[in-house]
Every structure is written in C-alpha cells, then in structure tokens.
Write a protein that binds this ligand. Structure first.
Ligand SMILES: Nc1ncnc2c1ncn2[C@@H]1O[C@H](COP(=O)(O)OP(=O)(O)OP(=O)(O)O)[C@@H](O)[C@H]1O
Ligand SMILES: [Mg+2]
Length: 454
C-alpha cells in the first residue's frame, strides 16, 4: 500500500477495512483470495482497491453480483462499495466522504455521436446512454425541479445528432425557442389533441419505416442495422426520431387516462418505435396510479427529480428522490445510475442555431474544407493522406459520415465519396469548431462502478 498522498490514518483505516472485507467474504462462504490491496485517490476520493485472484475463485458470478456489494457495504458500516470487473475482479471501497455533486454542470459540446449525455455522477463520470439501448425515458419531478431544462438538453443533443423531433409543450415555456426549427417534424403541440396527433404521426412514421425495412432482403431488425445496409445499397439512411411530451400527465388525463386514446397510442408507439429508432420521453410532475405501470413497462430509464411522493419515487425505481432538497434543481435519482446532476443548458443558447449544429471535429473540418477546394470528393486514400489516420480509421470515418448523410458514394465517379449539400450547409454555418474539451473523458482505466449502495 504505497501512495505518498495517503495519510497514516487513512492507511490504518484501509488495513482494518481490508480485514473486515476478508471476514465478510468468508462469512458468505466465498473465498477471500485477494492478490493485492492498494489505496489510491481519484477525483478527490480515497479508494481502497482489493484485487481478487480470479484463478482461485471458481465460479465468478457470486463475486460480481450487485447483492453482494450491498451486503458488503452493510458489513462495512455503510461504506460505499463498487465493483470493477473489466480486467479481473476488483472490489473498490470508498474510504473518504462522498464528494458533493456539482450544483450546475453545463452540457458539454463534445458528446460522442449517437450517444446521449444526461449528467454526471458523484465520481465526476458522465452518464452516457445509447439510444438503441434505453429506447424510451420517463422523467418525473415537482415544479421547478429541473424537468424542462433536462428536456431541453435532450432535444439539443438530438438535434445536434441530426434526429427529427416531435415536441409537445402545453405551457409553451419549454420549447418555444425551437418553433420553426428544420429538425421539427411537425409544429410544437400546445393542446392535448395536438399532442395526440404527434403520437399518431410517429406511429404513421413506424408504418412508413416498416415498409422501407421490408424492402431490404436482409430484413434488418433495428435502425442501426437498416442504416448500415442502406449505406451499402446507396439508399438514404433514416434519422432517429425523438418525441418529447412535457406535462404528459395532463395530456393523458385530458384524453381519458391510460385506457384512453392517448394511453393506447403511447403503448403502440412504445413497442413499435423500438425497432424503427423512434424514441419518446414522457415528463410529468406526477403519474397517476393507472399510468405508473404502463409507463414503467415501456421505458428503459426513469429519472426522478425532486418529488414529494416517496412512494411514487420508489415505484418508479428512484427511491430517495423525495429527499432531494428544494434548492437542488437538476439533481435527480435514476433507476439505473443512482444520483445524477443533470446537465444544464441556457435557454438562450438553445435559441441560437449554432449551438444545435452537429459538432465537427478539427480533423473533419479541415478534411472537408480541403476536399471542397480540391473538387468536392473524398476517398479513403485522401482521408489517410490528408488526415494522417490509419486505413482502418479512414474506413470508419467514411462509414460514419455516410450514415450521417455528410458524404454519398457516387456510382458514376468510380464510387468516390462526394460531399453532400448537407455538409456544405454545416461547413458554412460552422466558422469555429468547438475545441475538444475534456469534459467527457472516460474515467481512469480499471474504475467502473456498477452499483451505488444507499
Ligand atoms: N440541471 C440544472 N442545473 C442547475 N440548475 C437547474 C437545472 N435545471 C433547472 N435548474 C434551475 O431550476 C429552474 C427550474 O427548472 P425547470 O424549469 O426545468 O423546472 P421544471 O421541473 O420544468 O418545472 P415546471 O414543472 O414548473 O415546469 C431553472 O430555471 C434553473 O434555474
Ligand atoms: Mg417545466
């Protein structure tokens, strides 16, 4: 156990915790086959890392289950215990007090494409989601708790990612600045019947997409598969679509509750949308009893901002949201990731087109600009030569750009890639690319908390 920044007192605590940890495993009839213990600091926290010798464990599964982490935490008097198992099995114990979540964290500009960044955890790690995995989302919170700002951060990322959006905003306070935006697939709905029309439009889009899916002999099962095939077949890829219902409970109640027209339409969109890359976000101050079940069945992630009703929080899998203080807007409990400080976006920033444009990297900007000057074409060889990247990277880049409709293969020109009008618009609107800020750097290797004991 060596680290010059660790005090003697911390070392003594670490040694005592190591012994307790071994005893706790033995009591559970597990082998305390530790090959190493060390103490380290990460993001202001002191961590004890206990490395298990996997060769001596037999079946690994009892050592990596979330229940064990909760039990160990209880045995250790409530110390948070995490697991890191992407190279060997390490049990990580937080010796220092939990760092406080920042009160305000701006949405970074360098969110990786195709991902959704929702906020940061205690560890400072960003929570990044994959649209295809979480599918639909439920957002709950009392007035002033941060729902609308969160929805704005989702929609701004969706637009930056070239998604189409359908928005419902009865109060007309959340999305007004986006009125008329080209990524809106319909005008913003401001009445319950108009919101129902949005959902019906999204279902009609499912029908349309189903036809296009059928037209490919490979019968893709999800949007990413369809798009990969489409690019190969020189067909235009399909954008994902995001449907956001703010004040969703009011809309539902006005239209007959879970069994009414809106409830039924949402249920249909819930299961059909998955395959076709059509996602919805359902936000409300409260869910009535009849809709909690159906909502939970549909969504892959629930985020609960401050609410009064502890039972509701618990039913949504977000125990503890009732204890979030009034003065912490933006702080939420997620059913999958525990406490998260969600990202903040300035309302005014959303109104500026520039903030909603896909972020071009330096490399992309310089490559596209050069290609334009030299005749409007790109090829793998040019990307390798001009960009100084490997052949594999060049292929990945071209694939990703085709998927986004930034380049298209020109069968008439020896299958070279031509720059599309979409990219021209992007380039002309993007005088300065955001610098590669490091806000979204991955956590240090080996630290991958999967569980967060209360
Ligand atoms: N992520 C955040 N970080 C910091 N402050 C935030 C965050 N989200 C919201 N706030 C603050 O809280 C205020 C209220 O947030 P917001 O309008 O999103 O609440 P709401 O849940 O939509 O309320 P309502 O139900 O009344 O519409 C914001 O104006 C902002 O000052
Ligand atoms: Mg609101």
């Amino acid at each position: 156990m060596t680290d010059i920044t660790i005090s003697h007192r911390e070392m003594r605590v670490a040694e005592s915790v190591s012994r307790q940890l071994s005893n706790a495993l033995t009591r559970r009839k597990l082998t305390p086959a530790f090959s190493d213990f060390f103490v380290t600091r990460l993001a202001g926290m002191t961590l004890l890392i206990a490395v298990l010798d996997t060769a001596k464990l037999g079946d690994h599964s009892p050592y990596i289950c979330a229940d064990l982490l909760h039990q160990l935490s209880t045995d250790l008097g409530g110390m948070p215990v995490y697991l890191s198992n992407h190279s060997g099995i390490r049990i990580v114990i937080l010796l220092s007090p939990l760092p406080k979540l920042a009160r305000k964290v701006n949405l970074p500009l360098d969110v990786p494409r195709g991902k959704l960044a929702i906020g940061v955890r205690f560890t400072g790690q960003p929570v990044l989601l994959d649209w295809e995995q979480f599918l639909h989302l439920a957002v709950l919170g009392s007035t002033g708790s941060g729902k609308s700002i969160f929805l704005q951060s989702l929609v701004s990322q969706a637009i930056r990612d070239d998604m189409q959006v359908l928005l419902s905003d009865l109060d007309q306070t959340t999305f007004g600045m986006l009125e008329g935006h080209p990524n809106l697939a319909a005008p913003i709905a401001t009445t319950p019947p108009a919101a129902l029309e949005l959902i019906e439009q999204a279902i009609a889009e499912c029908d349309h997409r189903a036809e296009l899916f059928k037209s490919l002999p490979e019968r893709p099962q999800k949007l990413s598969e369809y798009n990969a095939l489409a690019v190969k077949a020189h067909i235009e890829p399909m954008p994902r679509m995001l449907v956001v219902l703010d004040e969703a409970s009011s809309v539902l109640t006005a239209l007959g509750g879970a069994k009414g027209a809106m409830g039924q339409a949402l249920a249909t969109l819930g299961w059909r949308g998955r395959k076709f890359g059509i996602h919805f976000v359902f936000a409300a101050q409260e869910f009535t009893k009849d809709i909690v079940g159906p909502v939970r069945d549909q969504v892959g992630l629930t985020l609960c901002f401050r609410i009064r009703n502890g039972q509701m929080a618990e039913r949504m899998g977000c125990k503890g949201a009732e204890r979030i203080p009034d003065n912490r807007p933006g702080l939420a409990i997620s059913d999958r990731h525990g406490p998260i400080q969600t990202y903040f976006v300035e309302q005014s920033a959303l109104g500026q087109r520039q903030n909603l444009l896909p972020a071009l990297s330096e490399l992309e900007r310089s490559l596209f600009t050069r290609a334009l000057v030299e005749g409007g074409r790109l090829s793998r060889a040019k990307v390798i030569e001009w960009g100084g990247v490997t052949e594999w990277q060049a292929r990945k880049y071209l694939e990703a750009w085709s998927l986004r409709g930034w380049v298209a293969k020109d069968a008439k020109a020896d299958n070279a890639f031509t720059i599309t009008p979409k990219m021209l618009v992007l380039l002309s609107n993007h005088p300065t690319a955001p610098t590669a800020s490091s806000q979204l750097q991955p956590a240090p290797a080996g630290f991958n908390p999967i569980s967060f004991p209360e």
